[in-house]
Design a protein around this ligand. Structure first.
Ligand SMILES: Nc1ncnc2c1ncn2[C@@H]1O[C@H](COP(=O)(O)OP(=O)(O)O)[C@@H](O)[C@H]1O
Ligand SMILES: [Mg+2]
Length: 359
């Protein structure tokens, strides 16, 4: 899957742009505040139906306008799919996929598997488990079609259970949620574990180039200690405490990935630049996985490509990016080294005051 064409109207400071993309490497270059991140944000919006910078549509629509419009053509194994999305400041959404109107923005995710790497991307490792669950689930979602319905059902069950938790007097009143919850939790934990085990060898391969001096261990935590007791037993034993805090404290909603060096979390050992390289290794591995196991092509959005990386690491990273067989959009402030890094296989787009021109 790749994005072959994008037409933008009134998105951030981009009033109007018609762009034909390279199926492999696209470099977006321009000074600070020119609109580079805005362009990546527009692509992200098409892939996921939301921004990575704000929850408010009104921030994304050009200041003087009422709505933004994005129109794209996406190439997949069977041909070209046109997708149009319009969102207004007042909250209306129009989504058209392949000629038909579509109600759910969530339907967009199946057309363009996107990976975003920003200068803040290291929070995948230093931030809360939620970030790492989102990372893991991205891959499981594209790999295993049963995962999404199962996970949606679990989230609904947990919502109902947490509401009941506040009102009930004895554990027995919760049993009605817990039978199904335990069964599905076991299932999605297995799906996550299986994906994790297939992914990690790919991560390790890349890490050997990116951070050769470190020996990193990885572990998937499913959300409760399986070796100790079953989720059902946790739910029973935690009843009083869960009732006090008002939510369910064990289960797949608490899953996490743990990466350590000599028993210490990587976020306490590695520098920001090194953490960034680790995140690149993780996300590139997901792109490779998608390509080799699921026969789909991933799209990478990399904002501020060179920030915090020395020349040597940029070179190694560029090689892995080329080898990943994904479509890449990279933003940079200057193109000085880009030819050297990507061997002129790229298309360069110059951005200035929201105007975008292909080189
Ligand atoms: N809704 C909006 N309408 C018009 N301009 C906006 C809007 N939101 C942000 N901007 C402006 O868009 C410009 C581009 O921002 P950005 O894409 O972050 O720049 P870059 O990534 O190139 O440094 C900034 O000058 C910002 O002030
Ligand atoms: Mg930017």
């Amino acid at each position: 899957m790749s994005l072959s064409r994008l037409i933008i109207h009134q998105f951030r400071n981009i009033s109007s742009a018609t762009l034909d993309f390279n199926p492999k490497i696209n470099v977006v270059v321009g000074p600070n505040g020119s609109g580079k991140t805005a362009l990546l944000e527009a692509i992200y919006f098409l892939g996921l139906g939301r921004s990575f910078r704000t929850h408010l549509t009104s921030r994304v629509v050009e200041h003087q306008s009422k709505s933004f419009t994005l129109f794209s053509e996406i190439q997949n194994n069977n041909g070209s799919i046109p997708i149009g999305l319009q969102k207004s400041k007042s909250g209306e959404t129009l989504l058209k996929i392949n000629g038909g109107y579509c109600k759910k923005l969530a339907n967009l995710t199946q057309y363009l598997p996107l990976q975003l790497i920003t200068p803040e991307g290291y929070t995948l490792l230093s931030g809360s488990p939620k970030n790492r669950r989102a990372f893991l689930d991205w891959g499981v979602f594209y790999h295993d079609p049963i995962f999404y319905p199962n996970w949606s059902r679990i989230k609904r069950l947990l919502k109902q259970r947490n509401a009941a938790l506040k009102q009930c007097k004895t554990y027995n009143e919760l049993q009605i949620w817990d039978n199904e919850l335990c069964l599905l939790s076991e299932e999605i934990s297995q799906q996550r574990q299986a994906y994790f085990e297939l992914l990690m060898p790919l991560v390790k391969q890349t890490l050997a180039d990116f951070l050769p001096d470190f020996s990193i261990t990885s572990q998937f935590f499913c959300g409760w200690d399986k070796n100790n007791k079953s989720l059902q037993n946790y739910l029973v034993d935690n009843f009083d405490r869960d009732k006090q805090i008002g939510y369910t404290s064990a289960g797949p909603q608490k899953a996490d990935l743990r990466f350590k060096i000599n028993g210490i979390p990587v976020s306490d050992v590695l520098s920001r630049g090194q953490l960034k390289l680790f995140v690149y290794a993780l996300r590139l591995a997901q792109g490779l996985f998608l390509n080799s196991f699921d026969n789909k092509q991933c799209v990478f959005l990399i904002d501020d490509f060179s920030s915090e990386l020395d020349q040597n690491k940029q070179q190694i990273l560029a090689k892995h990016i080329i080898d990943s067989n994904a479509q890449i959009f990279i933003s940079v402030i200057a193109t000085e080294n880009i030819d050297k890094l990507f061997g002129q296989e790229q298309t360069v787009f110059h951005v200035e005051h929201g105007k975008i021109k292909a080189e």
